[in-house]
Design a protein around this ligand. Structure first.
Ligand code: ZN
Length: 281
């Protein structure tokens, strides 16, 4: 499932190809993804210029010259495939199974949304009313932005009886931090995922805020380096192999210097948590 760094990588990969371009045509191969497409979806996008491609949490937001914004969410298995125009040739990208939406741009570029499980979604809304959009209005600050810091984290954890792991996954507190990077940040900050959110010392909260920013920044940097390969390999944006310190390493030795612990896997609110009992307290 794509998390914030993967979505940011997709955005950075798409930006140079779509910003400033006009969507010449839009093909939809089915009536819905996770939800039905909005009324007049293709008509409202065709002929419009993409002014800017932004990201909020795990949503990609394309501001159009019509004053509307196209929201895209990749869900569990959604991918955006970029087919740049080939010089001197007019060829359509070969259609693949699960290609649900195809944007054709005025320079011949095609952007295809492919999603086998169809948990992805798209919506279109007036850019001016973005702060009221039902998917965006309750989101907390971006963890890689300036308004997220130790002071903010300390304020929003105060008095909370839930575990720190579930507080970190609460999108109203922090936008877009998912299961993988919550595990990684807790490992980096040496905090047990089962610790009560409201009982963590200020010093440890400072460490956690720094860890959240750095695990995301590292993953975004790793994604950036895959973009260079992607231009050669062609097509698929947003999925890359990243080395995790805790996530998915159940039964393996803890990677922290001088820790002889082993990474454990537990279930918290139905999600897998990976952590080292020895050094995360
Ligand atoms: Zn350890």
């Amino acid at each position: 499932m794509p998390e914030l760094p993967e979505v940011e990588t997709v955005r950075r990969g798409l930006c140079p190809a779509v910003e400033g371009r006009v969507v010449e045509s839009l093909t939809i191969n089915r009536p819905d993804l996770r939800w039905p497409f909005p009324e007049g979806f293709a008509r409202r996008i065709e002929g419009r210029r993409v002014l800017r491609l932004r990201r909020s949490a795990k949503y990609l937001l394309a501001d159009l010259s019509s004053g509307e914004t196209l929201l895209m969410h990749l869900g569990m298995s959604g991918r955006l495939l970029l087919h740049p125009p080939l010089p001197g040739k007019i060829v359509e990208a070969p259609a693949q199974k699960h290609d649900h939406v195809k944007f054709k741009l005025d320079d011949g570029t095609e952007v295809v949304f492919n999603d086998p499980r169809r948990f992805g979604s798209m919506d279109l809304y007036s850019t001016a009313s973005e702060s009221q959009h039902w998917l965006l209005r309750n989101l907390g600050p971006e963890p890689i932005g300036n308004s997220f810091n130790a002071c903010y984290l300390s304020e929003c954890l105060a008095g909370r009886r839930v575990t720190i792991k579930s507080a970190l996954l609460d999108q109203r507190l922090i936008a877009g931090l998912g299961n993988i990077y919550a595990c990684e940040a807790l490992w980096a900050a040496r905090i047990s995922p089962a610790a009560r959110a409201g009982r963590i010392s200020t010093l440890r909260i400072e460490r956690l805020a720094t860890a959240i920013k750095s695990v995301l920044a590292e993953a975004i940097a790793a994604g950036g380096s895959t973009l260079r390969d992607f231009r050669h390999a062609g097509g698929e944006l947003g999925y890359f192999q990243h080395r995790f310190k805790a996530y998915g390493r159940q039964g393996e030795a803890c990677m922290r210097d001088q820790c002889s612990g082993v990474i454990d896997r537990i279930s918290q609110s139905g999600r897998s948590t990976f952590y080292c009992r020895r050094c995360q307290r």
